[in-house]
Design a protein around this ligand. Structure first.
Ligand code: UDP
Length: 377
């Protein structure tokens, strides 16, 4: 066995940049591990598709941003693959193509524990880990309507964010005693005390005297974010807009070139999301699990303007049923909701209180403790 592994537990995290959520979750847990166990554990992140998947599977991170702009195609693929037998069949077919790459992964990254935060890799990675006697844990990073592929019955543990995800696991024949409901892992900075909003807005260059709507389309700036922003602008609502285009350069350019009627602040991919959320009053977002969970902690009421069909359907139902926000798939609905929240601040406050009730700020640290325990056995 590798001496490094003997000296300190080493935890290998497998993720991929298909969207921003998988990387964000892995980074959040790693951060929590080092905060909870300083100097006692080593960690490593590997983009499994980019570095170890054979072609054409390795194209997934490059294809995802394009696929995400074609929700109908995505939906067909999602539902066609979402079933216990279907995933088993797919992984049986794929196995001969990926087994050598996964052997290389294990050889190149000796670990005491392997953790997956991506739904598409669990079965083959679990199989390889099992053959090498390495424990394997999956941390599910979708909130509610979780794909069958998350639940690999040979995993040592599957951590899920909600009771609904737990129930789905049982339906996929995942034994209940090998699942734990903890929450969506988010970065430690989201869990810090709210801080001084005036100072925050001052530093960010935002106006102090206007309600602030933060618009986010996940890491890739997905969905009809532009249409929603423009509709709010046309309605001349008394707000300032903070538009985060993420990695979508075209969207950022389009927003920067638009003549605005209301104060607007436009960004590309930002690393200060915790501060942005603290300084804002409302979140207008794609139904990404990471962003929604972060908004809960910040106590931000949420207007969801789009979703990835299948995968994010349950997120919308969850937010709406729990009273933390509104589903507004057409820009006019977002405008109407925002107008109501501005005219009747008590309705906005009620949604904010519900958001806070759903917050799981200790999720990353609890997951970190579980993982280190598993890695140290
Ligand atoms: N995010 C960020 N900066 C940006 C845009 C997004 O840090 O400019 C983060 C956001 O805070 C969240 C993640 O990227 O942690 C997006 O994850 P989510 O699950 O919401 O959506 P995805 O991008 O995976 O579809």
């Amino acid at each position: 066995m590798n001496p490094v592994v003997k000296a300190k537990p080493h935890i290998l995290f497998l993720y991929s940049d298909t969207g921003g959520g998988h990387r964000a979750a892995a980074e959040a847990i790693i951060e929590a591990i080092h905060l909870e166990f300083p100097g006692q554990v080593t960690t490593e992140m590997v983009d499994i598709f980019l570095r170890y998947a054979p072609p054409p599977i390795n194209l997934a991170p490059r294809i995802y941003p394009h696929l995400s702009q074609m929700p109908n195609v995505w939906e067909i693929g999602y539902h066609a693959s979402d079933g216990r037998r279907r995933t088993r069949f797919a992984y049986t077919m794929i196995w001969p193509y990926v087994r050598n790459s996964l052997e290389r992964l294990i050889a190149n990254h000796p670990a005491s524990l392997i953790v997956s935060v991506h739904q598409m890799i669990n079965s083959p990675v679990s199989r390889t880990a099992l053959a090498h006697g390495i424990p394997f844990v999956t941390v599910v990073t979708d909130l509610v309507s979780t794909h069958a592929a998350w639940y690999c019955t040979t995993a040592d543990l599957v951590v899920v964010p909600t009771q609904a995800a737990f129930k789905r696991g049982l339906e996929m024949r995942m034994p209940g005693e090998r699942m734990q409901v903890i929450g969506q892992p988010v970065a430690d900075r989201f869990t810090l005390p709210p801080g001084d909003r005036i100072a925050l807005r001052e530093r960010l260059g935002w106006q102090q005297d206007l309600p602030t709507a933060l618009l986010v389309g996940g890491g890739e700036g997905m969905g009809p974010l532009a249409g929603t922003a423009l509709a709010i602008n046309e309605a001349r609502l008394p707000v300032q807009l903070v538009i985060v285009a993420g990695r979508n350069k075209q969207l950022r350019q389009q927003m920067e070139q638009h003549p605005w009627n209301i104060p607007v602040h436009i960004y590309g991919f930002v690393t200060e999301m915790p501060d942005f959320m603290r300084a804002a009053d409302v979140l207008i977002s794609k139904a990404g699990p990471g962003t929604i969970s972060e908004a809960f902690i910040a106590g931000l009421p949420v207007i969801l303007y789009s979703k990835m069909p299948g995968q994010e359907d349950g997120n919308v139902d969850f937010v709406v049923q729990e009273g933390a926000g509104v589903w507004a798939p057409r820009p006019q609905l977002a405008v109407d909701t925002l107008r109501t929240w501005l005219n009747f601040p008590e309705t906005r406050r009620a949604a904010a209180i519900n958001a806070l009730r759903l917050a799981r700020p200790d999720a990353s640290r609890r997951i970190a403790r579980l993982l280190v325990e598993k890695a140290s056995l």
